[in-house]
Design a protein around this ligand. Sequence first.
Ligand code: ADP
Length: 260
Amino acid sequence: MTSDPRTTSAQAAVLEVKDLRVSYTSGKEILKGISFEVGPEDFVAIIGPSGAGKSTLIRCVNRLVEPTGGQVEFLGQDLLQLNEADMRRQRRNIGMIFQEFNLIDRLSVMDNVLTGRLGYMGNLRSLFRLYGKDDIAQAVQLLDRVGLIDHLDKRADALSGGQRQRVGIARALIQAPKLLLVDEPTSALDPKIAREVMGMIRGIAREFKVPVLCNIHDVDLALEFCDRVIGLQDGIKKFDGPPSSVDKHALADIYAMEVL
Ligand code: ADP
């Protein structure tokens, strides 16, 4: 039987965003009908000027920001149609890495990673943070993978910025996510550490076979580490293609500059 290539690619997509629209309470439309797909092996960078809506777009996917229109199909299910309980269950499958790391400072590195398992636990076990042996073994393994095995007992606030982001990476991975959302992972880091962190996210995405959607304002990092680039400007998708086709004209269009 021959298959419709469009259907095949739609089935292969992990995430399909269609005509996504967002207005905050101020009423101004921030995302003005964004559509794109993320395939199972994609590492997609979202670039664009400050205020273009990159962070809003990332946060709409797991409904940290509530879209006002469109569809967010994740593994074939429109997340915008889910009730709160079903959305909570789906959030387990979507790992998130944040700009400010979002760690709990007074907890150990190990406990911070283990919080990534809370979504899988019943109310009582999660209230008392009663993690299973398997979770603990996996946290140790992931901390080893991100190079923090010697720091697992330290309080999170005793670590450097780069180390804190690696805790954030391990915490996202212990969820066994089917998609990673990454929101400005390097803007709190100096350039050398920023490259290390991006390299680690890319290496891990490949190793764990998890697609990534990454908001990153640093174009050089986006071009170096990602294999697809979406350019946003004022809530509109201006570009969608491989890094090799991001030339000065594409950048001028995304950043609304004149080509010199
Ligand atoms: P980017 O990540 O591209 O810098 P953002 O998604 O953070 O852009 O912001 C897009 C626009 O939405 C900006 O004009 C910003 O001021 C506005 N915005 C972001 N968050 C909120 C919010 N919680 N309430 C109202 N406006 C917001």
